[in-house]
Design a protein around this ligand. Structure first.
Ligand SMILES: [Zn+2]
Length: 150
């Protein structure tokens, strides 16, 4: 049985193509190829679909942001919103630091960390032909080479 070691950060950052042999101790998955030249798109994909891999601080920051945008405007008018705001709003300086340059930069940084630290655990939907990252986990057409798969 083939064993696979975690890819080191510096390799991920320098390589154009990453080939992952998924660990066989879980459900065996096929060989996966990821084209790293689309790194910006990979980071965007992770920031939308792989936030389970965000750490506790990053999850708190996400909840804090939602609390400011969604709950704060109704905080003193709707009881449910007051409860949600008080639950998710944070004054932890570490959390606020993550958000200091805005939500987009926060997601970029968090997703980049996830990419570097959890690449082998991520389930990324990639094109079987060119290895490009798909737009969504269920997409079946490649945005780069137009290949269709089922
Ligand atoms: Zn493709």
């Amino acid at each position: 049985m083939m064993k696979f070691k975690k890819i080191k950060n510096r390799l991920v950052l320098n390589r154009k193509v990453i080939v992952i042999l998924y660990a066989t101790r879980h459900i065996p998955r096929p060989l996966s190829v990821i084209r790293m030249e689309h790194k910006e798109d990979i980071i965007e994909y992770i920031s939308i679909y792989c936030t389970d891999f965000y750490n506790e601080l990053e999850k708190k920051a996400m909840r804090h942001y939602v609390a400011q945008v969604k709950f704060l405007p109704y905080k003193d008018r709707v009881e449910k919103m007051t409860i949600a705001y008080n639950r998710d709003s944070s004054n932890d300086s570490e959390v606020l630091k993550l958000l200091k340059n805005g939500i987009q930069e926060f997601h970029r940084n968090a997703a980049e960390r996830v990419l570097n630290e959890h690449l082998c655990e991520l389930t990324l939907n990639t094109c079987p032909k060119c290895g490009g990252i798909a737009r969504t986990p269920t997409a079946r057409q490649c945005r780069y080479c137009n290949h269709n798969w089922r």
